[in-house]
Write a protein that binds this ligand. Structure first.
Ligand SMILES: O=C(O)C(=O)C[C@]1(C(=O)O)C=C[C@@H](O)C=C1
Length: 365
C-alpha cells in the first residue's frame, strides 16, 4: 500500500473513533445534566444546590490516571478529562472565578489548570480584591498565589486570611517558566529597561546579572502588565510567561531564564464551600500562641504524637498586638480524620487562637 493510501486508511479509522468519542462525551454530558436535576430536586428548604464538587473531580482525575495504560501520559489524559468535566459542569452551572490579574498572569493559568476552560475567569487588580469578591459572593471562587519554590511565601495572601473569613477549597501547583520578551519593533541591541513583577525579577536574578548586568530592572504590578508595556516600547523587554506572550503577541528573546529549573508556584482556591474528605487531603490552619519559651514546640507536639506530616509552616506578625505572631501550618490529612481531629483539639486547648482554613484534595495535576 502506498503511503498516501496508508494515511487515508488511518484517517478513516481516526474519523470513526472521533465519532465514537463524541457520542460518549455527549452521553457523559447528558449524565451531568441529570446529576444537576437530582441535586436540584433533593434540596432542603432554603438550601442552595452544590454543583461543583472538588472531592469528586479529584477522584475522577486520579481514577483516570490509574486506569491509563498509555501511550499518552497520565498527566496528559488527566488534562483532557479536566476539560471534559469543566464542560460538563458548565451545563450545570457556569462558575465565576476571580484571580489575581490582569489577564495573562500565572494566576490565570493556575485558575484554568484547576477548573478547566469552561469557567468565567475574572481578573482582579490585587490579592485583597480577590478575597473581597469571594466574601461579597460576586464570584464562586478565587485563585491566589501562596508560595514560590524560589522566593517563599506570598505575604499578601497570608495576611488576607487574617482579615477575611474564607475557606481553602483546593490547591494548584504550576511550573513557572519565565521568558525574556519583546515587541515587534524593539531594537534588541538597545534594551535599557526590563520590566517584570518583583518576584519574577528575583527568580531570574542570576540570569539577568550574567546577560543584562547594566540594564535597569523595573518592578511592575504583574508580569502581564510588563508584557503589555513592552508591546509598544522599542527599548525595553519584559519577563513573563507563555500566556502573557501569546496574549500580547510578543517575541521570545530568551526562553526559560529562571535561575532554578524546578521553579514552581503554589496557588490556593478560596471559597465558602467545605470540602468532604477524599483520603488524600491537606489541611491548612492558622494558630497563634502565647509568647513564652517553648510555645512553638508545645504547639507542634500533638502533630508529632499523632504521626501527622507537616508540609509547611510560615510565620506572620498579627496586627492585633505587638510581637504577636500567627503560624500558618499545612498538614497532610483532613480535619475530620480522627488523628488530625485529635491533634487539633489538643492544640486548640493550648493556643490563643486556632482557625481551620480548610481541608482540600491534594493537587492531582
Ligand atoms: O458528580 C457530580 O456531582 C457532578 O456534578 C458531575 C461532575 C462530572 O462531570 O463528573 C461535574 C461537576 C462536579 O464538579 C463533579 C463531577
Amino acid at each position: 500500500m502506498s503511503a498516501t493510501d496508508q494515511l487515508k486508511a488511518l484517517r478513516v479509522r481516526i474519523d470513526t473513533l472521533d465519532e465514537r468519542i463524541l457520542e460518549l462525551i455527549s452521553e457523559r454530558a447528558r449524565c451531568a445534566q441529570e446529576v444537576a436535576h437530582v441535586k436540584m430536586a433533593n434540596l432542603a428548604e432554603g438550601e442552595e444546590p452544590v454543583f461543583y464538587r472538588p472531592e469528586r473531580e479529584a477522584w475522577v482525575l486520579k481514577h483516570i490516571m490509574e486506569l491509563n495504560k498509555g501511550p499518552l501520559s497520565g498527566e496528559e489524559v488527566a488534562r483532557l478529562f479536566r476539560e471534559i468535566m469543566s464542560s460538563c459542569l458548565a451545563l450545570e452551572q457556569t462558575l465565576k472565578v476571580a484571580y489575581l490579574g490582569p489577564e495573562g498572569t500565572f494566576t490565570q493559568a493556575a485558575a484554568l489548570k484547576h477548573f478547566g476552560h469552561s469557567v468565567k475567569s475574572l481578573p482582579m487588580a490585587a490579592i485583597d480584591e480577590v478575597f473581597r469578591e469571594v466574601v461579597a459572593n460576586a464570584v464562586n471562587f478565587g485563585v491566589v498565589p501562596v508560595e514560590n519554590s524560589t522566593e517563599g511565601a506570598v505575604n499578601h495572601t497570608l495576611d488576607s486570611f487574617l482579615e477575611h473569613d474564607l475557606l481553602i477549597c483546593g490547591e494548584v501547583e504550576l511550573r513557572i517558566h519565565h521568558h525574556l520578551l519583546v515587541g515587534e519593533n524593539t531594537r534588541t541591541d538597545r534594551i535599557t529597561r526590563i520590566y517584570s513583577h518583583a518576584q519574577s525579577l528575583a527568580q531570574c536574578r542570576k540570569w539577568l546579572d550574567a546577560h543584562y548586568p547594566n540594564v535597569e530592572r523595573v518592578a511592575v504590578p504583574s508580569n502581564a502588565d510588563a508584557a503589555k508595556r513592552v508591546k509598544t516600547e522599542w527599548n525595553s523587554a519584559a519577563i513573563a510567561g507563555d500566556m502573557a506572550a501569546k496574549l500580547y503577541g510578543l517575541t521570545y528573546l530568551a526562553e526559560k531564564i529562571e535561575d532554578r529549573p524546578d521553579n514552581s508556584t503554589r496557588f490556593l482556591i478560596i471559597g465558602t464551600q467545605a470540602v468532604p474528605p477524599t483520603g488524600d487531603d491537606k489541611t491548612s490552619i492558622i494558630v497563634s500562641t502565647r509568647n513564652k519559651p517553648g510555645a512553638l514546640y508545645e504547639l507542634l507536639k500533638p502533630f508529632h504524637e499523632n504521626g501527622i506530616d507537616l508540609t509547611r509552616i510560615e510565620t506572620r506578625p498579627t496586627r492585633s498586638g505587638k510581637w504577636t505572631y500567627a503560624f500558618f501550618i499545612d498538614l497532610v490529612g483532613h480535619h475530620q480524620d480522627p488523628l488530625v481531629k485529635g491533634a487539633l483539639e489538643k492544640i486548640s486547648q493550648e493556643a490563643v487562637a486556632l482557625k481551620v482554613l480548610g481541608s482540600y484534595p491534594k493537587a492531582v495535576l
